[in-house]
Design a protein around this ligand. Structure first.
Ligand code: MN
Length: 337
């Protein structure tokens, strides 16, 4: 704690080596009808050192944390997680990866905490796995790698998961994925299906759809976390509120019947992390728009393992008390560490 606060990184990716091999094989054989996934994993799968870092939830990762001043990582199953599989495969993969990551947390309790994966392909099973992950394994929330085979959580058929998360007081981290087949063509064509804009377009859409679905009126205690400084929604907030007032009745999910404004949902149910966005103007902007208590530090290891970015964040033009919120106490509160 040389900085005077603990640095907790909240969007830190891992995956078993076999799962990464599976993604690589799916992309190579084109055995999945998902051009965004194929394009993304054709590139990522070739990055050997990235795969090694993703697969290590032990000493090598801890050495990287030490070299960059990270005290604690909150681990989550990397994108696309279980979202790309059939219901049975996804459900069993969620359970087995949750067991594995819980074991790493047991071994290194001062360095790791973790989120549990659930498979929306089977919402009832996902709700049960959320409960097992939190109550039995001691995991600190739920990771959903955004769309599940082209479907988004604004669809009420998935709301058993929201109900379980609210009851467990477990935040749901919605992490980006490549845009789904129904929107992927121009992104893939232009090489933008990944973290260079495609992720933000996909996950910003997902979050906005949830905000407009009425889910947060039905589950007012639900906490949603997104990375990348809010996937652009904070920047858009004024216009989102303005245009949502004129939303026409009869659209899906009846955004005309919402009890709160979109910015109220953002400020009352959503937390954002700084993953991939170690840039003072953006971090201080989201703090000013959403509040100091709603912005959490994240590195996005190992995809954006840049020790200099920790220094950038340490040097933000905010008070030490606010840096302590950003790096430490907001994460402790949101994830009940
Ligand atoms: Mn990430």
């Amino acid at each position: 704690m040389a900085a005077g606060y603990k640095r907790i990184a909240t969007e830190e990716a891992w995956a078993p080596a076999e799962l990464l091999d599976t993604y690589r094989a799916m992309a190579a054989k084109k055995s999945i009808d998902d051009p965004g996934f194929i394009a993304l994993w054709s590139r990522l799968g070739a990055r050997g050192q990235l795969s090694e870092r993703l697969a290590d939830i032990g000493e090598r990762r801890i050495a990287d944390m030490d070299s960059s001043g990270i005290d604690l990582q909150i681990l989550s199953l990397t994108s696309p997680g279980v979202q790309v599989f059939d219901a049975a495969t996804a459900t069993s993969l969620a359970a087995s990866t949750n067991d594995q990551v819980a074991e790493a947390v047991r071994k290194y309790p001062t360095r790791f905490a973790a989120l549990g994966a659930v498979a929306p392909q089977d919402p009832a099973a996902a709700a049960r796995e959320a409960e097992r992950a939190v109550r039995k394994l001691g995991l600190k929330g739920i990771i959903i790698n955004s769309h599940t085979r082209g479907e988004f959580l604004d669809d009420p058929k998935f709301w058993e998961i929201f109900e379980a998360a609210e009851a467990l007081q477990a935040p749901i981290y919605i992490h980006p994925q490549a845009p789904p087949p129904q929107m992927s063509a121009p992104y893939v064509e232009k090489g933008l299906e990944g973290a260079l804009w495609g992720f933000a377009a996909e996950t910003g859409l997902h979050l906005l759809a949830i905000l407009r679905s009425g889910a947060l009126d039905r589950f007012p205690g639900l906490r949603i976390v997104v990375g990348h400084a809010g996937e652009a929604l904070p920047f858009w907030l004024y216009r989102l509120d303005y245009m949502n007032k004129t939303a026409r009745p009869g659209i899906r999910n009846g955004a005309d019947r919402l009890q709160r404004t979109l910015s109220e949902y953002m400020r009352e149910n959503v937390y954002v992390t700084t993953s991939g966005m170690a840039w003072a103007p953006v971090i201080t902007f989201v703090q000013s728009v959403l509040g100091m208590d709603r912005v959490l530090y994240a590195m996005d290891y190992p995809y954006q393992f840049e020790p200099d970015e920790v220094t950038t964040t340490d040097n933000l033009p905010i008070s030490d008390a606010d840096k302590t919120k950003l790096f430490q106490t907001n994460a402790e509160r949101v994830f009940r560490l």
